[in-house]
Design a protein around this ligand. Structure first.
Ligand SMILES: Nc1ncnc2c1ncn2[C@@H]1O[C@H](COP(=O)(O)OP(=O)(O)OP(=O)(O)O)[C@@H](O)[C@H]1O
Length: 372
């Protein structure tokens, strides 16, 4: 994630040298509204930038042709049309450098787009910032915490800067937020003594200082150990269960895959595909593994139904052979009868559902952790 002068905190940011969250809360906002829990489908296609592309779908985040070309000439985000339904947990996925952070910064009004528009909770950005940002909690990289203050004191400071909340409840809000991210034990430690994982947790706590309708988390598992990563996943689930829409970015598919209702996949500044996670995975051809004998292996290719083919062969246990079969258009149910009819001894046959990573590789022809 690049930290550029342009990508700093929107206003009134306390300076610090460490990566920390940006609280995009601004004074004068409306009171939180309860987002409904419906998770409508969004077509896995690129919508047209006319605002009419998702009739009947209530979107918490929408962009049309969002584009950023930096002064260096780098086209970091190239005509992105995001559609995040209210109540969704939207996994914003893509390799390092694919433009996720820049997109998120534009959404929050921290970076000015070169072209295109963005709407948060129905409000055009940046015009609607004052109204909408109090309802949005965000964890994005950028300076915000004071290194010499404790974690709790940093949160109290951020809380005090929020003119839309009652100052008397500050201690309770800070305590609840610290509790929620598992940071109570380190609450009295100075920020500069925090580990990366603790800093990340404090950033999350800052985003959750008050109830939010939309929570935007940029790489929230950065610096966390497996236990911390599991806790973040649980937190994301909890936020969604409370009715919030969550937009969460990651370059590590597997970490986020399990909690997403929707996904958007970025590559080289472009949104390759977005939609309901299940629909995306189901739309891709699956594979199957077949265990057979060496004699059976020779018969497989001719026995397979039309669209299926052999994609790989490996030795199995006890002299058996394990073949990976690409199903193509063939339904999995068609395999066993065809193999048996072709005289192939079927010692084992299992369907392998494509993972989100498989979908990505199929779309881009490259692995997920590719930087450019
Ligand atoms: N301020 C900037 N000036 C010039 N180029 C930038 C700036 N910020 C980002 N970039 C470039 O824009 C591209 C997209 O970067 P961005 O940080 O948005 O990607 P990302 O998907 O968030 O990556 P990561 O997963 O590593 O955080 C990268 O090539 C990056 O080097």
């Amino acid at each position: 994630m690049a930290a550029a002068p342009e990508a700093q905190r929107a206003s009134g940011a306390p300076a610090a040298s460490e990566a920390a969250p940006t609280d995009v809360t601004s004074p004068g906002g409306t009171s939180p509204a309860v987002a409904h829990r419906a998770r409508p489908a969004v077509p896995a296609t690129h919508p047209a930038p006319d605002g009419e592309q998702h009739p009947g779908v209530d979107l918490a985040v929408r962009t049309a042709g969002l584009t950023k070309r930096f002064r260096t000439g780098q086209l970091a985000v190239d005509g992105v049309d995001l559609a995040v339904p209210r109540g969704a947990v939207y996994g914003f996925l893509g390799p390092n450098g694919s433009g996720k952070t820049t997109t998120i910064r534009m959404l929050l009004g921290l970076v000015t787009p070169t072209a295109g528009r963005a709407w948060l909770l129905g409000e055009a950005m940046p015009e609607g910032s004052a109204r909408v940002l109090p309802r949005v909690g965000a964890l994005v990289e950028g300076p915000a915490f004071q290194p010499y203050l404790t974690g709790a004191a940093n949160l109290e400071r951020l809380d005090a800067a929020d003119a839309t909340v009652d100052a008397r409840g500050s201690r309770a809000r800070v305590g609840t937020a610290l509790e929620r991210v598992g940071l109570m034990a380190a609450a009295g430690k100075r920020y500069r003594q925090y580990s990366l994982g603790m800093k990340q947790r404090l950033g999350l706590a800052a985003a959750l200082l008050r109830p939010r309708d939309l929570v935007v988390l940029d790489e929230p598992t950065n610096g966390l150990d497996p236990q911390g990563t599991r806790e973040v996943r649980a937190l994301v689930r909890e936020l969604a269960d409370d009715g919030a829409t969550v937009l969460v970015s990651s370059h590590l598919l597997a970490e986020i895959d399990q909690v997403c209702s929707h996904v958007g996949v970025m590559s080289r500044g472009r949104l390759l595909v977005q939609g309901e996670r299940e629909a995306l995975v189901a739309s891709r051809a699956g594979t199957a593994t077949l265990t057979t004998t060496p004699a059976g292996e020779a018969l497989v290719a001719t026995a397979l139904p039309g669209a299926a083919s052999v994609a790989g062969v490996e030795p199995g246990a006890d002299g058996a052979v394990v073949l990976t079969l690409a199903l193509g258009e063939a339904p999995f149910e068609a395999l066993a009868p065809a193999l048996v009819a072709g005289g192939v001894p079927v010692l084992g046959l299992a369907q392998v559902r494509p993972s989100l990573e498989d979908v990505f590789v199929e779309l881009t022809g490259e692995g997920f952790d590719v930087a450019r």
